[in-house]
Design a protein around this ligand. Structure first.
Ligand code: ADP
Length: 202
């Protein structure tokens, strides 16, 4: 049974190669687990069919992206695939009262982990194979830069061991269940910190 009660919230970082199922898993967490909100990142890439401004990403042009980075609204960013920028907002931990979930690459993961070691929990989604990854990328959007994405996938995978958890995304329902179980376990872990503090032991 889920353990309720007070506890510090955490930021769940989801990483993995492009096409690895990050967006799919994040939507599923937000829809199915009470108290989770998604951090909406910034990107300069084009909107895909079905994506919405402010829900999937904040879609901005390069000038606006750089303005937001210069004034501190964007915490960290990466330039990937054909020169697109992806960046995360700086205010993630301001008034963090609920658990939040964010998609980041391994460099973003390292930066957040260094800055907020106690608040970060991270999951790397592993593909069953690079061949299956290829099929998923093509199915999602055939016009995407496939070779750059597959090259980047290898680079991402080399950092998978830096994460708290590596979860295989082969069967989607199975993967989802393992992510949900991880979330429940991390909630219980943090509840323990509060219980101990209530006992006057810090
Ligand atoms: P990412 O956000 O990591 O780039 P997506 O969530 O967009 O990946 O998933 C890429 C594509 O693969 C989507 O079309 C999605 O529906 C599909 N997909 C994700 N997980 C699975 C899975 N376990 N089995 C089959 N297809 C999947």
């Amino acid at each position: 049974m889920p353990q309720g009660g007070r506890r510090p919230p955490f930021l769940l970082i989801i990483s993995g190669p492009s096409g690895g199922g990050k967006g799919t898993i994040i939507s599923s967490v937000v829809q199915n687990i009470a108290g989770f909100t998604k951090v909406v990142n910034y990107t300069t890439r084009d909107r895909r069919p079905g994506e919405a401004e402010g829900i999937d990403y904040h879609f901005v042009d390069e000038d606006e992206f750089m303005r937001k980075f210069d004034c501190g609204e964007i915490f960290e960013y990466e330039r990937v695939y054909d020169d697109y920028y992806y960046g995360s907002p700086s205010d993630v931990f301001e008034g963090l009262t609920q658990d939040r979930i964010i998609e980041l690459d391994y460099k973003g993961h390292t930066k957040y982990r260094k800055r907020y070691p106690d608040q970060v929990v991270s999951i790397f989604l592993l593909p069953p194979s690079l061949e299956e990854l290829r099929r998923r990328i093509i199915r999602r959007s055939p016009e995407e830069n496939l070779s750059a994405r597959l090259e980047n996938a290898r680079e991402q995978l080399r950092h998978a061991k830096e994460y708290d958890y590596m979860i295989l995304n082969d069967d989607l329902a199975n993967c989802r269940e393992q992510v949900f179980t991880t979330i429940e376990a991390e909630r219980i872990r943090r509840r323990g910190w509060t219980l101990l503090r209530d006992l006057g032991v810090d």
